[in-house]
Design a protein around this ligand. Structure first.
Ligand code: ADP
Length: 476
C-alpha cells in the first residue's frame, strides 16, 4: 500500500503535542511492515534538522483568489519520506498554531498536499488526514480533485486526535479560502450550528474515521464528549474505528534513553530506578529521600487534564507522606494558583513551569507514581510512557487512559495502575490514598505492579496492524 499522511506536526521534525508522536511512529511502523509511506508537513521556521532538507521543486497554487508560491523540500527518516511545503508568508514564524490567520495558513497547506500528490507523483491508495488542520482536504478531494486527471481513486481516512478542536469558522471562508460553493454550507455538509465546521466536513466526506482509542470512539458518540458532533458521528458509526496509539519502544526505552542518568529494565528496575529518583530530586530541588512516594505530573496546563481536581485536593495531597513534582506549561488559570502553592517554599512540591523534553523523560524514569486524572483523554501518551518506565499511573477511566491502564486488583495480583471512574475530587483522593497504602505497606504487590507495567506491550506493532485492517477494508 502507498499511504500519504497529512498532519500539522510530526516527530522528529516538529512537535506541540501527542499528534507529533503518532505521525512520527505510525508511518515508520507501516514501512517496517512493507508499505510505502509519505508524510507532508508545513515547512515551519522551527523545523529541526533544517540542514538535512533537500529542495525538490516549486509551483504556484490557488487559495481561493490568492495565487501562492509553494516550495517543496524533502527528507528521508527511518524509511519514511517527509515532504515540507514552503511558503514564507504563512510559515516563516515561530511556533506552529495560534495565529489569527491559521485558517488561511492551513487552507494553503491543504491545497499544497493535494497538489503534491500529482506533482510529486505520489498518488496514494490511502490519504490519511489528522485533525482540523487537514480536515478540508476531504471535501476538496471529493468535490473537486477526484474529477481531475490522475486523482482517480484515493481513499481518505480522517483521524480525530481531539474532538475539542474542530476548526469552527466563518462560512465566508468556504468560498473565500477553499473556493467551494456556498451550497455545501446551506445543505449542512460543512456546517454545524451556525458556523462552518471543518471537522464535521471531514467526518462526512472521509471513507473511514478513526480515533485514537476504543473508549474515546464510544465516548464521542455521547452528548457529554461529542462536542456537538455526536449526531453526525452516529451517522457514520459503522465507519468509525477506535485504535489505541502506541508509543515508540525504540526511543522510549529506559535501557537506552540518553536523557536519563541510570538505565534499567524490568529486572534491574528494583535496584536502579531509585538512583534516577535521587538524581531527579536533586535536579528539581526536592529533598533527596529514596523512600518517600514521589508523584509526577507532566502535562499541558489546560482544563482537559484534570487540574481542577488536583488544585481542589492539593492541600490534602501535600498532607500525605509524598513529594509532588509538576512539569507543565499552559493556561495562566492553572499556572498562577500552582505558583502560589509552590511559592510558600513547601519542600514537598516542585513546580517546573516550562516545556522540557529531557526533564519529562527523567520524571517518567525517576518517579514512583504518575498522576493523570483527565476530564477527557482521547488517548494520552504520558501514562504509557510512565508504564514503560515503571512509574505507576493513577488515572481517571476515560478514553485511552481506560484502555491502557489495567486497574490494580490486590486479590489476584493483576493490573498495571490505579484508576477511578467519575470526575470527582474525592474519588481521585481515595485512589491516591489507596496507591500510597500499597506503596508503603505492601512492597511485594508494588513490585508486581512495576513488573507488569514495564512488561505491558503498548508499542506501535499492534496499532499499525489495526490501521492496516481499516485501510485494507477500504481498498477491498
Ligand atoms: P496531549 O497531546 O493532549 O498534550 P498526550 O499525553 O497525548 O497529551 O501527549 C503529551 C506529550 O507531551 C507527552 O509525550 C508528554 O510527555 C509531553 N509533554 C507535555 N507537557 C510537557 C512539558 N511541559 N514538558 C515536556 N513534555 C511535555
Amino acid at each position: 500500500m502507498r499511504i500519504v499522511f497529512a498532519a500539522g506536526e510530526a516527530l522528529p521534525y516538529i512537535k506541540s503535542g501527542g499528534l507529533a508522536d503518532v505521525i512520527g511512529s505510525l508511518p515508520k511502523e507501516l514501512v517496517k511492515k512493507g508499505h510505502e509511506c509519505y508524510v507532508i508537513l508545513p515547512k515551519y521556521q522551527d523545523i529541526k534538522f533544517p540542514e538535512t532538507l533537500e529542495y525538490v521543486t516549486n509551483f504556484y497554487l490557488w487559495v481561493g483568489w490568492r495565487r501562492c508560491y509553494c516550495g517543496v523540500f524533502k527528507a528521508v527518516y527511518d524509511g519514511v519520506t517527509y515532504f515540507f511545503v514552503d511558503n514564507e508568508q504563512y510559515f516563516r514564524r515561530p511556533g506552529l498554531y495560534g495565529y489569527d490567520d491559521d485558517y488561511e495558513r492551513f487552507a494553503f497547506y491543504d491545497f499544497a498536499v493535494l497538489e503534491c500528490l500529482s506533482r510529486l507523483n505520489i498518488m496514494p491508495d490511502i490519504l490519511s488526514l489528522h485533525d482540523w488542520q487537514t480536515a478540508m482536504i476531504a471535501p476538496l478531494y471529493k468535490e473537486r480533485y477526484c474529477y481531475y486527471d490522475f486523482y482517480g481513486n484515493v481513499k481518505i481516512t480522517f483521524t480525530i486526535h481531539n474532538i475539542a478542536y474542530q476548526g469552527k469558522c466563518d462560512p465566508f471562508l468556504l468560498n473565500d479560502l477553499f473556493g467551494l460553493d456556498n451550497y455545501l454550507y446551506y445543505n449542512g455538509n460543512v456546517r454545524n450550528d451556525d458556523c462552518m465546521n471543518m471537522m464535521k466536513a471531514a467526518i462526512l466526506y472521509s471513507d473511514a474515521i478513526t480515533t485514537v482509542s476504543p473508549t474515546y470512539a464510544k465516548e464521542i458518540l455521547t452528548d457529554a464528549y461529542g462536542e456537538g458532533l455526536q449526531s453526525i458521528l452516529a451517522m457514520r458509526k459503522d465507519d468509525l474505528y477506535g485504535i489505541l496509539n502506541g508509543i515508540d519502544y525504540d526511543t522510549n526505552n529506559p535501557e537506552t534513553d540518553p536523557n536519563i542518568p541510570y538505565h534499567f529494565n524490568a529486572n534491574s528496575v528494583y535496584t536502579e530506578k531509585v538512583k534516577d529518583k535521587l538524581a531527579l530530586q536533586a535536579e528539581v530541588g526536592l529533598p533527596q529521600d529514596p523512600d518517600v512516594a514521589l508523584i509526577g505530573i507532566v502535562t499541558r496546563l489546560t482544563w482537559q487534564k484534570g487540574l481542577d481536581l488536583i488544585l481542589n485536593r492539593m492541600e490534602e495531597i501535600l498532607q500525605r507522606k509524598v513529594q509532588l513534582l509538576i512539569l507543565g506549561a499552559g493556561d495562566k488559570k492553572y499556572e498562577e494558583p500552582l505558583e502560589e502553592i509552590a511559592g510558600f517554599g513547601n519542600p514537598k512540591i516542585s513546580l517546573q513551569l516550562k516545556y522540557d523534553f529531557g526533564l519529562s523523560c527523567r520524571i517518567y524514569a525517576g518517579c514512583d507514581m504518575f498522576l493523570m486524572p483527565s476530564l477527557f483523554e482521547p488517548c494520552g501518551l504520558s501514562q504509557m510512557m510512565s508504564l514503560r518506565y515503571g512509574t505507576i499511573p493513577i488515572v481517571r477511566e476515560t478514553g485511552g487512559l481506560k484502555d491502557s491502564v489495567q486497574p490494580f486488583n490486590e486479590f489476584d495480583g493483576t493490573g498495571t495502575g490505579f484508576s477511578f471512574a467519575n470526575y470527582n475530587a474525592h474519588e481521585m483522593m481515595d485512589t491516591i490514598d489507596y496507591a500510597l497504602h500499597i506503596y508503603y505497606d505492601d512492597k511485594d504487590q508494588w513490585n508486581g505492579l512495576i513488573y507488569r507495567a514495564m512488561t505491558e506491550k503498548l508499542d506501535w506493532d499492534r496499532s499499525a496492524d489495526e490501521y492496516l485492517r481499516v485501510f485494507g477494508s477500504l481498498l477491498g
